[in-house]
Design a protein. Structure first.
Length: 297
């Protein structure tokens, strides 16, 4: 009995719902543009849920769109970063090549004005200990002509002289080495002396020995090679006097010289492999006659 009553109630509910649906469809079919009371009731119940679902859908769409945009922007930023790094590397390389080209041009200019045969060399190592100042160079061409004692020049001035030769590699005894000795002159006064490197933790410094007191030097005076001895051509830049040491006694001054060459950035040099030609002892004997009439006696 209970089961039969339950089925009867369920059947009544289903029939009632079907009847309501049929009545609603019939009313809508009669006036499609007007909403029935049932429709309005259903819409009142469903509208809040639809609004909430619409808001959720728009929020999800917005977040997804922003995520896609951020992903795209991130990719563009990474590409721009890589491009920026590449351009910076190219700019650095171009600057290096420009500096190298400028150094080679200055070296070629020095070769053109040096009245002696020279060979170019590239510095591959510098040993700047407090007591020995040596640089090693590599010579690509003409290495067989390099000998011990040959002068080494840079566009800024004298660098030193060859100390040891081994195939394409040679060691330079730098101007600031305590074993180095070069005959120099101060053009302003004509005073001469021997330039020697100074040992110890003093950077790159030299001093002039046997500089007579009768020709007093001043700070800022230029120092050049004298040309005596035949090793270095004359009037090559060596450095400038940066200190007059007081308290010196005897016949000679005590001065300190800072070289014109920046030994910390030594890169390319010229090795003088042959001395300059000797000056013509009688230039008038080789002078060509002037154009015009000549009178024979």
């Amino acid at each position: 009995m209970l089961a039969g009553g339950k089925r009867l109630r369920e059947s009544a509910i289903v029939a009632t719902m079907l009847l309501i649906a049929i009545i609603s469809l019939r009313m809508s079919a009669k006036n499609p543009g007007d909403l029935s009371a049932l429709d309005r009731g259903v819409l009142r119940l469903v509208s809040p849920a639809q609004s909430a679902m619409s808001l959720i859908a728009r929020a999800i769409t917005s977040v997804a769109g922003r995520y896609v945009e951020l992903t795209h922007v991130r990719g563009e930023n990474e590409a721009l970063t890589r491009e920026n790094q590449r351009l910076r590397a190219e700019l650095t390389e171009m600057r290096r090549l420009a500096e190298e080209s400028g150094r080679y041009q200055r070296l070629l200019g020095l070769r053109d004005v040096t009245p002696a045969e020279t060979v170019a060399a590239r510095v591959i190592a510098v040993d700047a200990s407090p007591y020995f100042r040596v640089a090693r160079v590599e010579i690509d061409h003409g290495e067989g002509n390099v000998r011990h004692g040959m002068p080494v020049l840079t566009p800024e001035g004298v660098a030193g002289r060859i100390n040891r030769v081994s195939g394409k590699s040679s060691d330079i005894m730098l101007l600031v080495d305590p074993r180095s000795a070069i005959d120099v002159v101060i053009p302003r006064t004509g005073g001469r002396g021997i330039l020697r490197g100074k040992s110890g933790e003093n950077g790159y410094r030299c001093s002039i020995e046997y500089l007579a007191r009768g020709e007093p030097a001043k700070e800022g005076d230029a120092v050049v090679t004298s040309g005596l001895g035949g090793a270095f051509p004359r009037n090559l830049a060596v450095g400038h006097i940066t200190r007059i040491i007081p308290g010196a006694v005897g016949l000679y001054q005590d001065v300190e010289v800072t070289p014109d060459v920046d030994f910390g950035r030594l890169s390319e040099v010229l090795v003088v492999v042959a001395p300059p030609p000797a000056p013509d002892p009688d230039p008038a004997a080789h002078r060509l006659p002037a154009r015009g009439l000549m009178v024979y006696k």
